[in-house]
Design a binder for this molecule. Structure first.
Ligand code: TXA
Ligand code: MG
Length: 318
């Protein structure tokens, strides 16, 4: 069983021996290993049960360490890194040959970010290698936003969970790349597109698909609870489930007709930051409840709401 604690020295010693450690970030918890160690990277795929065609994000603690990860950096990427790192933004850049092909699933770009969490920044600062880290959930399930989520699902497979409390943002990083020099968002996430556009102007978004070889890992069915999951524009009285006990994931209002314990309201104030923060832990709570299905409604499709709706749609595609 994994030990859970706040000992970055201990975390470091496991990582230096090629073992895996769960690390807190501001978005979700990551399952981290030495990005330069093939064996460590292989075990990330094994522990997560992740297909090898789905590449990993490399984590560093400073701009200076980018040199060891990427081969070069164009102007727009540099502007974004300056504006948003540390933070919930992942850049796709030409890969440095030192990064094993396993990390990038053979692509010539590498995904890289500086996460904004004091414990993980301290850990990264003490290491002389970057950390490859996907979200610390079994492939296809909901990403973990608390140490106990990791413990429940991967606790018997890794030695240590670095406990940084609840992830503040609560939704994975926004991924942006520059194919043919044009900015393209590959995954909506914790940094709103509107914020990115303030810095580099209009960007395109690549909607997810079930089979797009250009975008590995942008699989439609993802982030899914185990229970049947239905997504509606709005849940109201007319659409309530009459028969089976049902759990409800709502945006800002409780339903009068349903017992309160079967409801989770993402943000009673209608705040999208708060909704993103609560999304994955509420989905887990509903999944663990004594209900036969989960019904969810969409949130306003602006700012972080777009990333939330993206996760809800993917969960429903299961
Ligand atoms: O917030 C986050 O990004 C979290 C924390 C731990 O940093 N990490 C995370 O990793 O969400 P993961 O592995 O669950 O999602 C990474 C996504 C995958 O969908 C993968 O396909 C995509 O990034 N990706 C990685 N490298 C890529 C590349 N070179 N080109 C296109 N997509 C890439
Ligand atoms: Mg993931």
């Amino acid at each position: 069983m994994a030990i859970t604690g706040i000992d970055t020295e201990l975390a470091k010693s496991y990582l230096e021996r090629g073992q895996l450690v769960a690390i807190p970030t501001e978005t979700v918890y990551g399952l981290a290993g030495n990005a330069l160690d093939q064996q460590a990277v292989l075990s990330i795929f094994e522990v997560k049960n992740r297909p090898s065609f789905d590449p990993l994000i490399v984590h560093i603690d400073s701009f200076e360490k980018l040199e060891g990860v990427v081969a070069d950096m164009q102007e727009q990427a540099r502007l974004l890194a300056e504006a948003f790192w540390p933070g919930p933004l992942t850049l796709l850049l030409p890969k440095n040959p030192d990064i094993p092909d396993l990390v990038t699933s053979g692509l010539d770009t590498v995904a890289v970010r500086v996460p904004n969490h004091p414990l993980t920044l301290a850990l990264l600062g003490s290491l002389d290698f970057p950390l490859a880290a996907p979200s610390a959930n079994p492939f296809g399930y909901i990403s973990p936003t608390q140490a106990k989520h990791v413990e429940t699902q991967l606790g018997d497979k890794i030695p240590y969970i670095l406990d940084g409390g609840e992830a503040g943002v609560g939704i994975e990083s926004t991924i942006i790349g520059f194919p043919e020099g044009m900015p393209l968002v590959y995954r909506l996430g914790g940094l709103a597109i509107e914020e990115i556009e303030k810095v580099i102007g209009p960007v395109q978004y690549l909607p997810h698909s079930t089979s797009n070889p250009q975008a590995p890992g942008m699989l439609k069915s993802h982030y899914a609870p185990r229970k049947p999951f239905q997504l509606q524009e709005k849940v109201d009285q007319a659409t309530l489930s009459s028969d089976a006990p049902t759990g409800y994931l709502l945006f800002d209002k409780y339903l009068d007709e349903v017992p309160i314990e079967y409801q989770r309201v993402l943000s009673p104030e209608g705040n999208l930051l708060q909704a993103a923060h609560n999304l994955f832990s509420y989905l887990r709570e509903l999944d663990a409840m004594d209900v036969q299905e989960i019904r969810a409604e969409m949130v306003p499709d602006t700012g972080l709401g777009r990333a939330i709706n993206d996760r809800l749609r993917r969960a429903a595609a299961h």
